[in-house]
Design a protein around this ligand. Sequence first.
Ligand SMILES: [Zn+2]
Length: 899
Amino acid sequence: MNISRNDNRLYQALTLPNGLRVLLVADSDSQKAAAALTVNAGHFDDPWHRQGLAHFVEHLLFLGTEKYPESGEFHDFISRHGGSSNAWTGTEHSCYYFDITKQFFQPALERFSQLFIAPLFNDGEIEKERNAIDAEFKLKIKDDGRRIYQAHKETVNPKHPFAKFSVGSLDTLSDAHGPIKQELETFFAEHYQAQWMTLVLCGPYTLAQLKGWAEHLFADINSNTTAKPEIAEPLYRAQDLGLELHIEPHKHLQKLIISFAMPSIDKFYKHKTVSFLAHLLGYEGEGSLHSLLKNQGWINALSAGGGINGSNFKDFNISLALTDDGIEYYQDIVEMVFAYIALIRQNIAQLHALYRDKQTLLQIAFDNQEKARLLDWVSGLSVNMHHYPSEHYLNGDYLMAGYEPQQFAKVLDWLSPKNMRLVLIHPGVSSSKTTQWYNTPYYTKALEPQWLDALAAIDTPLGTMSLPEVNPYLQRPCVLHELESPSATPEKLASHPGFNFWFKQDATYRVAKGHFYLAIDSHLAVKDVQHMALTRLFADLFIDCVAEQFYPAELAGLNYHLSSHQGGLTLHTAGLSSSQLELAQGLLDALFNADICAKRYAEYKKQLVRHWQSSNQNKPVSEIFSRIGAEIMPWNPTPEALAQALKSTSYLQFKQFRQEFFAAVHIEAFLHGNWRPADAYDFLRLIQTHLEQRANIEAINRPLAEITSVIQQQLSLPSNDHAMVIYYQATTHDFEEKVLMMVINHLLNQPYFNALRTEQQLGYLVGAGYAPFNSRAGLAFYVQSPNVSGKELLEHHNQFISQYCQQAAQMDEQTWEHSKQSLYRQIAEKDKNLRLRSQRFWLAISNPGVDFTLQANLLNTLENIEFEQVLQYLNELFAPQRPRMEWLSDPQGSTQAQT
Ligand SMILES: [Zn+2]
């Protein structure tokens, strides 16, 4: 197996006698263990009369097995022991995964393996879970992703399984079409076969231990010798190509997708022929398709290579975010795309150097991989095992075996006009035709044959078009530096009024990478709502303005971002440490000097105002959270207020704002990663040269509104759902209160979910969470429901709380200690990678008081907390007059009584 140079885990691949392919990963550093199982069965396998069945099976497997019949048992066991679990159903695969504190891996695996051996499909659970599926469907009924997807499904070959509805609803899963229980059992028996499954086990054990569990616990999964049947129908028939499809979005969206039909591209994985083509078309530097179209004022963004794919199809999409003008000129855009394809075609023989760049890049990425969240990593691996042979399980995504011009030419041939569909997503599609399930207005029309012929005849690029240059950011060697300054926490390298520069060399993760943060506070950023809006607009415009210049850096694995915070702007660069100084230098120059023209100003202002104005079409729970956030953090106004303020702002005002913003500033900078002290001084000098002329100000402290009474609000939002959000703010900044809120959240969130979501079926979005605002602790409860009014949700909530308080008083010592330990482990968890570590340090630096010991203090406090204190706090917190926010919302026009 091919393993990354900074990966110290041990691997073993094996196949059990029943055909189950297993990958064992011994990771001695890990505090947690995790497992994932992916089966080659998904919604494509749904019977035509039972759409949503695969998804329904996925939900029901968690709700009781012969050995562990109780429905919440698996989830409870996992969450009681510091873990989490989930699953998804895709087109051709379904994936199940969990993680857990290492001591409990074996009993968790015993439970997990039973899901695939003997699930119960209990009648009562079927009845209840149908509602959960229906709520999941309704939750996304206005989601443009789903709405557009459905229009896509209705315009392909209706015999291809892609045309099926994947989620399921009360209607498709009802017993009216015959008892579903039997169909669930049949589906499971037919598709949950060991030879179609892959399993990953990872944890701090020996390979022999892991192997023993795999063999012992998963051997009883059913199997036979059948191969998975291939899909016989093509995704598109001739009449499904050469057409344009117009779709009306729910939110404001203007998009053109030029989509080319390809067969399956799995066999190209070793050479990445298709992704190399996507790289050329998606390039954003000078002379690129992106650059030309943007300079015409037709597009705001372009990406290439995305699109649905499966075992017998692949859509190769060029997706363009259009301006208002772009909508008018979409045919000219398509012509320019074909002119650029002609440029690539002319150069097929000379692409070796560009291929090598991309190859170097993937190799660097593979060698410098950072540990991802264990759960995501194991589930991703179990999916990769379906696509790659065992020697490439780990590096299949990174392989580029060499440039093959002939293969490349063949792939390029698929980008032909007769093989094309144009998808136009824009407001004002007046069509009486709407999709099933989501009611998306859409229509199709055939493209003119003469135009298709004209496109096919384009064989010359425009003179202004050029291919990418060899990447300057990839020319320096990536060296891992020996540790010269081994401090545990960041240290100040320079400090004077209005200025701090922090540095920490870090070799913990053995990656040649680093992070650079620069926060610039200015009083102008928070002068009033208009200036707060301008700060955000400036951040967006800046990124837009420099995107082309720094695109090669991005390709070379360097990221950068300018974002607004309460009080100013933060510049953040990340990625390879070897050439990050050049990037930072270029960005700082641009920050003060780059020219932002009136045209881009007008375009971005329009977009941002639209974006803010449509925010009340978000899920009601998110909308309420955003409004609560605005109340508590006055420098974080609601989107409506920002839109209102920005609408009447002129370009001249923007230019003045930009000039004055940097006149007097406070600077906080932090450099962290694979750099020696000498490198850090280079960064320091760079910042100092740029800031010499400017006046210093004190750091700006973010204001926080205190909740001092019970604040009730009743809203009407443009959504079909009802919602409830309750927010408790800590009354102090003390560690003790922080920890008590964490404890209560930890004790209560699983029972809350079980009661309101699983038992009472109030809705799909249900939860409790620890939610601090401006570093003041807080606790939130939320429910979003398709059919229960806000007022009733509140009653259910109150009922739960009062029952819970009574039960809590009876909790025994052991349960309490257990729960305390599991929270302790959660807080004590070490940073998994450099990025998370940088984030944690940066958070400490950018908060008042700069405290690197937050984690230690929380743990200390937690250790000394007695259960008596928790009970006392619980009663105080849920007392009737305890200050809090209680926000309810019901659909607009509904007849709910106002409270
Ligand atoms: Zn689901």
